[in-house]
Design a protein around this ligand. Structure first.
Ligand SMILES: [Zn+2]
Length: 531
């Protein structure tokens, strides 16, 4: 099928090359050659090369020509009006297990993202074949790929136990990773910061990463510690990749302790040094100085063993309660934070009025005073009541910039599909890519536009093995975005996150417009991308 198409294209090209005059197809009443052509664009093709002027024609979901295309050769002409035409952005770090409930994935499309990699931070669908297969019943606006999560596999085999696996349990975990890889997972993810992954020793992860390596996958990791232990965690990540023999992707690369601000020079130095030794290590980041994760993550790991009920019972025991308070005060101090005013509730189901307020503010409201001890009691209470999703203002802007400048850094949101208007989530799910293009490229001139686009397209495609995406080039999948570099913006803020990125006039997924003249279409042309 493909080779026939190729032969036909070759024959057409030869005929075209031999004919002295370009045939005027419309005059002869022939069918247009292309489904669509974008004219008048400045093409930023994903390689990092300076933009060039070309028409880009699409046929059957693929880029069919980059060059000169007469309007009459295509069924539809989109006038780019001098905007930037780039490959659709590939977001390698998302948590979109909810995408089949919100299949348009509008928050991503509106910032130019056309491919999502989910299953990050150790949490994924257990049955990858079933998960990716859902796209048949529920078509998506975006392309979807997934990793297989270590925490998911570990929990399936032996729950939340704080111990290494028996050899039998390890074999079961390896079998589950192997099955997921055969079903199309692009690699193994870990969340060694989270329970139960936090209970795993390096060796366990190496064993599982070897399975992913045998299938040509990557190792993507939310490291054990992004705060005071970040240097050791980077070393551990590199070590795992080296011993298991596969590329390492360090997720949402950051320095998350006030005391260590500026230390990205050391953490990036470790990555550079590993690359000099020939190890494939890359990173991704979101362009904000706040992170977002669970409230539970503030508690010591030993409290959480066995699940929430067991944890809540532990905190009722006076001796363990006192130990947990001590551990949390130490962690605060170690990170250089005076209290929990850096921790803001994104969504707390029992009391939505807490959404958008910091733990310090909530404690003052609920308990009348807001010293650290009371804040910790408030956290315990909210943990026992089901936990909350949170935004943590814990990073320094200089580190964000330093990380962004590195050639091996890609741009990824760490976001889920957003339900418009729900809660006060981190704005990155609406603004991340636009924020880089507007804030860091246009306003700060931290990096050239072409390089920013490369970090969102060909670099993630190369790293995660999407061989026919990430470039505007003939034969590649026609995931394309058109945006105005002068007006692109990310209005979403921490206070008012539910605001779509602006400046993207057209977004095409597999050749089909999903954003057309700024409007979301009904089309759901997304594909499941299997390794
Ligand atoms: Zn994570």
């Amino acid at each position: 099928m493909r080779s026939n198409t190729f032969r036909a294209a070759l024959a057409a090209a030869l005929l075209f090359a031999l004919s002295p005059v370009r045939p005027d197809l419309s005059a002869r009443g022939a069918e247009p050659t292309f489904d669509l052509v974008i004219t008048n664009a400045r093409v930023v093709d994903g390689t990092g090369n300076p933009w060039f002027r070309a028409d880009v024609a699409v046929k059957d979901g693929r880029v069919a020509r980059v060059g000169r295309v007469a309007p009459s050769e295509a069924r539809r002409v989109i006038d780019a009006r001098n905007q930037i035409l780039a490959p659709g952005f590939i977001d390698v770090h998302t948590h979109v297990e909810n995408v089949f409930q919100l299949p348009a994935a509008e928050n991503f499309l509106r910032m130019g993202v056309t491919t999502l990699v989910t299953g990050n931070c150790g949490g994924s669908a257990l049955d990858v074949a079933e998960f990716l297969g859902r796209i048949k019943q529920t078509p998506l606006g975006v392309n979807l790929a997934t990793l297989v999560g270590h925490n998911t596999v570990r929990r399936e085999v032996f729950g939340e136990a704080a111990r290494p696996p028996t050899s039998e349990e390890l074999e079961k975990m390896k079998a589950l990773v192997g099955r997921a890889m055969r079903d199309g997972a692009v690699g193994l993810s870990t969340g060694l910061y989270y329970v139960p992954g936090a209970y795993a020793k390096t060796e366990e992860v190496v064993e599982l990463a070897r399975v992913a390596a045998a299938h040509g996958g990557v190792y993507a990791t939310h490291m054990r510690d992004e705060g005071t232990g970040v240097l050791d965690s980077v070393r551990e990540s590199i070590d795992i990749g080296e011993r298991a023999g596969l590329p390492v992707q360090i997720s949402h690369f950051k320095v998350s302790a006030r005391k260590l601000w500026g230390q990205s020079s050391s953490t990036l130095g470790l990555v550079r040094e590993a690359r000099r030794r020939g190890l494939s290590v890359t990173v991704d980041q979101y362009a904000y100085t706040a992170s977002s994760t669970s409230l539970d993550s503030r508690l010591p790991d030993w409290v959480e063993e066995g699940g929430r009920e067991a944890g809540a019972a532990r905190l009722k025991d006076p001796a363990q309660h006192a130990r947990a308070v001590r551990d949390m005060k130490d962690a605060l101090k170690g990170g250089g934070f005076k209290d929990y005013s850096y921790a803001v509730v994104a969504r707390y189901r029992p009391k939505p009025e807490y959404n958008g307020k910091s733990i310090a503010e909530i404690t003052k409201l609920a308990r009348g005073k807001s010293d650290v001890s009371n804040q910790i009691e408030q956290i315990f209470e909210m943990y026992a009541a089901g936990g909350a999703s949170m935004v943590y203002h814990s990073m320094g802007e200089e580190d964000v910039r330093q990380i962004m400048r590195e050639p091996f850094t890609m741009i990824a949101s760490d976001s889920g599909v957003r339900q418009f208007g729900e809660g006060v989530p981190h704005p990155r799910g609406y603004g991340n890519n636009a924020r880089v293009l507007a804030g860091y490229v246009r306003d700060l001139r931290l990096l050239p536009l072409e390089d920013a686009v490369r970090k969102m397209t060909s670099l993630p495609a190369q790293t995660f093995g999407f061989r026919d995406r990430g470039l505007v080039r003939e034969g590649m999948a026609a995931d394309l975005v058109l945006f105005d570099e002068a007006t692109v913006s990310d209005p979403a803020t921490f206070e008012r996150p539910h605001q779509y990125a602006t400046g993207f006039s057209h977004v095409l997924v597999n050749g089909v417009p999903v954003i057309d003249e700024g409007r979301l279409t009904d089309a759901r042309p997304g594909a499941a991308l299997r390794h």
